[in-house]
Design a protein around this ligand. Structure first.
Ligand SMILES: [Zn+2]
Length: 832
């Protein structure tokens, strides 16, 4: 039987219960021969659930492409029948306000997570083998684990990406296999399988929760508070294997207790080393991999009283690939992940009581440290944007942060916090360390090289005004999410008005445009007599003039009412065009809004992350279809069919002369280009725009002579890896419509520094004098940044380019700056 040979490679000298089918018996091929399709992984786990009294499967959610997200739970029959009580006891342990349960009797809660990166496929195969071993092995360790732990296995955190990659690897497999790294099998096409459906890296999403895969995962996580969580990855083919501890201080998160890094990691690492020594596999620790950003699957658990563990194996990327140590097979990489899965379970079992005590201590110290925090309470809320405020409240509550009502109107830190429109987060609560993650600015670093973002103040991402409010009177705790609903004005109207301040105003605009309703934009502030009396509108308000509709008035009202309700927008009616203050409704500063039709360039050379952020924003928050054209198809595009061309960061040097001539012609005759970072450098190169880089007088030259060994650190320090700055908005410019405060936090992850426009009206967003709000940046780069623009507009004949040098849609979580991008999309033709 083939299964025997396979078992002897992965599990030498073990006896298995023959009633449980091995993955090979179930699938019909030895593990490592193929990249197993996700539906077959699910089927195998369903089979285990059917056959074994020790296994139980649940579906916790669905991916964008409707693949089920499953967890297989393995435990003794006694513990499985008592699972709900075990879960409740674990929650009680994590809640310092409840009596501490007797931990000596509690099973270890182990969470084996695999495959967050779709093209790091060894881990999901290892998930099947680990589940099989745990259910079928007759070894003392496996029996002991079944008896004294509850093991939750998530075989694939990112099923959509997994299948994208598996299809590639399987369909390019040769017989015999080709180990040459240049073979097509080892070189996936753009956008590759690492990311999810919208090209987002889910191993950044445990904090932002922008996607259903992470939303369901975090909801599940907080039902269990596992003592240990694994996160298996792959790296370059010439590498070996990495396990924690990560780099001391430089790669650590500032809110995680030192004990996690200095004691617990060391206890576990001993087991990983032993298991890897046993099979003669090479490995390393304490270098390279970052463990600081809270949105990693291996860092979030560290901020929840557990231990998060990252593992990285050399990748065969494909079924067999040459390396400096000879050919690396898929099976070899799978075995690395299997032995570390077993090592994790053994370490968790041996440290069962210790880890339970730590979980309790973690949340107890969170409360006591929170009591000492001088902020006492964070007060937040945007009086002009109920939807964005509600999104932030939901976000905090998804992370189990307790949020309370603010019962008074308070002016603090330059902001007005209105009763009913603002909320309080006390620091003295079990999730105090997540509270810090949401509100604190991180400005001190032990290192200058970052694998990723070095700033994650989520209140800034949501553009949320907030202040320390030590003396605040705290109202009731929110049990459900706040909501708002509005009465629709009755009677005949001369025009309807909609404020542009709310996060979902663009969605309503687009819904109405799709219905064929004629809308105009009021380009300056005004006051009007409405159904609720006099009301002030800021620049950018939408107006529906009832005398200029092609649909019947009744139909317009019906559609307006329907869409205003679904987007939660308040509609105001006026009976006259004569306003109380400011411009009137027929002013020359009022104009028709063109329905945008956008096309975005994607494909090889283009940043899939940035393109994915734009695609997801338009899909999920606006409901707007966007044409994604592959860069090699540009020659076929007639840009005159579109209002707007979106160029994400990337390399456009493959565009032909003919394509460039067409693009220039279209831009000169009125087209709008939205250009991101490096795309703007290309537009400069083809001389469509002529913007200038910031050069600092006497800029320090690189020293001529540095130690070879310092290269990584020195070069890395020059990058702007991801940090937060305060920008200054020109509130009279259409890009800032809907904003009420000139100051706005923005996210930057590029080192492109471009001077303000030579046209003094066309740099609507620059930085304040001291813009730094957190994250790593070198001193010379900060000096350059202060002299740079964040957004500029370049005229191109009748058209224009709107350049973004920052990231308004970063990770689907910068709700505070999304509107800058949407303004460019909806009002681009009004911006120059
Ligand atoms: Zn990875």
């Amino acid at each position: 039987m083939g299964g025997f040979a396979q078992s002897s490679y992965y599990f030498p000298d073990e006896k298995f219960n023959p009633a449980i089918p091995s993955p090979e018996e179930f699938l019909g091929y030895p593990i490592g021969d193929w990249h197993t399709r996700y539906d077959l992984i699910v089927k195998y786990f369903e089979k285990l659930d059917q056959i074994s009294p020790n296994a139980q499967i649940v579906t916790i959610g669905y991916t964008h492409e409707r693949r089920p997200k499953i967890i297989l739970t393995i435990a003794s029959t006694g513990n499985l029948s008592n699972l709900e009580q075990i879960r409740v006891t674990q929650l009680q342990l994590a809640d310092p306000s409840q009596a501490k349960p007797d931990v000596s009797k509690m099973p270890a809660i182990i969470h084996l997570g695999y495959g967050v990166h779709g093209n790091e496929p060894s881990s999901a195969e290892a998930a099947m083998l680990s589940a099989y071993w745990l259910l079928a092995s007759q070894s003392e360790l496996a029996q002991n684990l079944r008896e004294n732990s509850v093991v939750h296995i998530d075989p694939t955190v990112n099923p959509d990406g997994r299948d994208r990659h598996s299809l590639w690897a399987n369909s390019n497999k040769g017989f015999p296999p080709v180990a040459d790294p240049l073979d097509r099998e080892h070189n996936e096409a753009w956008p590759a399988g690492r990311t999810n459906h919208y090209w987002f890296d889910l191993n950044r999403d445990w904090l932002p929760l922008a996607h259903p895969e992470s939303q369901s995962k975090i909801a599940w996580y907080h039902q269990w508070y596992p003592n240990v969580t694994t996160d298996f990855h792959e790296m370059g083919t010439n590498s070996t294997y990495f396990f924690e501890p990560t780099k001391p201080f430089g790669s650590e998160n500032p809110v995680v207790p030192r004990k996690n890094y200095e004691d617990i990691n060391v206890r576990f690492a001993k087991y990983f080393a032993e298991y890897m020594d046993e099979i003669g596999s090479l490995y390393w620790t304490k270098e390279v991999f970052d463990n600081s950003y809270p949105g990693y699957g291996s860092t979030y658990p560290d901020i929840q009283g557990g231990l998060g563990l990252v593992f990285e194996t050399a990748s065969s990327r494909g079924h067999l690939q040459s390396s400096q140590r000879g050919p690396i097979s898929f099976a070899f990489t799978i075995r690395n992940q299997v032995v570390n899965s077993l090592a994790t379970m053994e370490a968790a079992l041996d440290n069962r009581v210790y880890m339970h005590d730590y979980l309790r201590e973690f949340f107890e110290t969170a409360v006591s440290e929170g009591q000492k925090d001088a902020a006492k309470n964070y007060l937040f809320g945007d009086e002009f944007d109920a939807s964005r405020t509600q999104l932030f409240v939901k976000f905090l509550m998804d992370h189990k942060i307790k949020v309370y009502e603010n019962t008074n109107d308070v002016n603090l830190g330059g902001y007005a916090f209105k009763k009913g429109k603002s909320y309080l987060v006390p620091t003295a609560q079990p999730q105090y360390r997540m509270v810090r993650t949401m509100f604190e600015e991180v400005k001190e670093f032990a290192d200058s090289v970052f694998y990723d973002a070095s700033a994650w103040t989520m209140a800034h991402a949501y553009g949320m005004p907030f202040a320390n409010a030590p003396a605040a009177k705290v109202g009731n705790q929110l049990q459900t999410l706040p909501s708002s609903s509005f009465d629709f004005p009755s009677g005949k109207a001369y025009a309807y008005l909609i404020d542009w301040s709310d996060y979902y105003a663009p969605k309503l605009l687009f819904e109405l445009q799709k219905e064929g309703i004629h809308l105009e934009q009021v380009g300056q502030p005004f006051s009007a007599e409405t159904q609720i009396g006099a009301r002030d509108f800021s620049a950018g308000a939408l107006m529906i003039p009832m005398g200029f509709q092609s649909l019947d008035a009744e139909k317009v009202v019906e559609l307006l009412q329907k869409h205003a309700k679904s987007t939660n927008q308040q509609v105001f009616a006026v009976k006259t065009g004569m306003n109380l203050k400011g411009i009137d409704l027929g002013s020359n500063l009022v104009g028709a809004i063109t329905k945008p039709k956008a096309i975005m360039v994607v494909g090889p050379g283009i940043s899939s992350a940035e393109a994915g952020e734009i695609w997801y924003l338009l899909d999920s928050q606006v409901g707007m279809p966007i044409t994604k054209v592959n860069s090699d198809q540009m020659a076929r595009v007639n840009l005159f069919d579109y209002t707007t061309l979106i160029l994400p960061s990337g390399n456009y040097s493959d565009f032909s002369e003919r394509t460039i001539a067409h693009l220039k012609d279209w831009a000169n005759r009125g087209g709008t280009i939205i250009s991101m970072k490096t795309a703007s450098l290309w537009l400069n190169r083809i001389e469509l725009t002529k913007e200038s880089p910031v050069i600092i007088e006497g800029e320090a030259k690189d020293s001529n002579s540095l130690a070879f060994g310092d290269r990584g650190a020195f070069e890395g320090a020059k990058e702007v890896g991801g940090s937060i700055y305060m920008a200054n908005l020109d509130l009279t410019h259409p890009i800032a419509f809907g904003y009420h405060r000139a100051n706005l936090p923005i996210y930057r992850n590029s080192s492109i520094f471009i001077k303000p426009s030579s046209d003094k009206y066309l740099t609507p967003i620059r930085y304040v004098e001291n813009p730094y709000l957190g994250g790593y940046i070198s001193k010379p780069n900060l000096e350059k940044l202060k002299q740079s623009a964040s957004v500029i507009i370049s005229k191109t004949g009748q058209g224009r380019v709107i350049h973004f040098f920052d990231s308004p849609n970063f990770r689907g979580t910068w709700f505070g700056t999304n509107k800058l991008f949407l303004n460019a999309l909806f009002f681009g033709d009004k911006m120059d």
